[in-house]
Structures are given as C-alpha cells and as structure tokens.
Design a protein around this ligand. Structure first.
Ligand SMILES: O=C(CO)[C@H](O)[C@H](O)COP(=O)(O)O
Length: 148
C-alpha cells in the first residue's frame, strides 16, 4: 500500500517508520520533517498526510509528533479521516477492527522501536469488523461530519 508518513521531528523512530513500512512491502510517502522543503510543524505535516489519504493519493497514513496527540487531532480535522493514537498493539488492532481507522498516530516520545514493530504488525494484520454495531458506529462518524 501507499502510506503517507508525517513527522514534526526527524527522530530515529520517525525514520524507523519509513524503514518498517518498506520492510513490509509498502511505499511510504514522506511529509513534514521527513521530506525536503515542507513545513514540519505537526499541524501542517499531519494535515498533509491526512489529505493524501482523503484525496486518494495514499491508502493510509502514519502521523507522528512528540506526544502523538497533535498529529492525531490535526489528521482528524480532515474529512473522511479516522486517526487513532496507538501506544500498543492491542490498541492498533482495535483501531483497525472497531474504528476502521485509516490513519495511525504515534508518539515519538513514548514509542520504542520494538513497540513500533508490534504496533505496525497489529495494524496491518487487522481489518474492519463487519458486525452491525461496528459498521453503524463508523457510519455515524460520517454522519457527524455531515452535520458540520
Ligand atoms: O507533541 C507535539 C504536539 O502534539 C509536538 O511534537 C510538541 O508540541 C513539540 O513541538 P515543537 O517542537 O514544535 O515545540
């Protein structure tokens, strides 16, 4: 898959996201501090990656900042984006299964290299649930957006 990746700092974990995606056969598209000439601040970088997903230039995105919160908030402001801040594999699996999350948000501070690998494995192994309550919840997110 084509995966947009944004970070506001070029840390070891941020660079490891690019490598981990390539190792899994995906094509990362770098933004923010990971790209040349782009504004690196978290709101701009995360928005850019989220818009790649919303506009069909990427299938999913990984957005990173020191806490992960700003990156997730910015991504979730983009219509059609369901960004989930994940600090462990179970949260990542749940985000894909129950929330049909299309953007993974990570904390550059709190995510170790080992946790990054576990989170990505869980994220890509899981898919959206087709249970009625789960699809209804995700459909309601779009309805909330339409009320804006
Ligand atoms: O976690 C973040 C936002 O949620 C940022 O990474 C944190 O605020 C640091 O940003 P800056 O280096 O621009 O001060």
């Amino acid at each position: 898959m084509r995966i947009a990746v944004a970070a506001d700092e070029r840390t070891g974990v941020a660079e490891a996201v690019l490598e981990a995606l390539r190792a899994r056969g995906h094509e990362p598209v770098a933004h923010g501090a990971l790209a040349a000439g782009e504004r690196a601040d978290w709101a701009w970088a995360s928005e850019r990656a989220a818009r790649d997903v919303a506009d069909g230039r990427a299938d999913q995105a990984v957005v990173c900042c020191w806490t992960g919160t700003g990156a997730s908030i910015a991504a979730n402001k983009v219509r059609g984006i369901r960004a989930a801040l994940c600090g462990d594999a179970a949260t990542a699996a749940g985000a894909r299964r129950w929330n049909d999350a299309n953007v993974l948000a990570l904390s550059l501070r709190a995510t170790s290299h080992a946790e990054l690998e576990e989170i990505l494995d869980a994220w890509f192994a899981a898919g959206p649930s087709d249970a009625d309550d789960d699809t209804a919840n995700v459909a309601h997110l779009a309805a909330i957006e339409d009320e804006r």
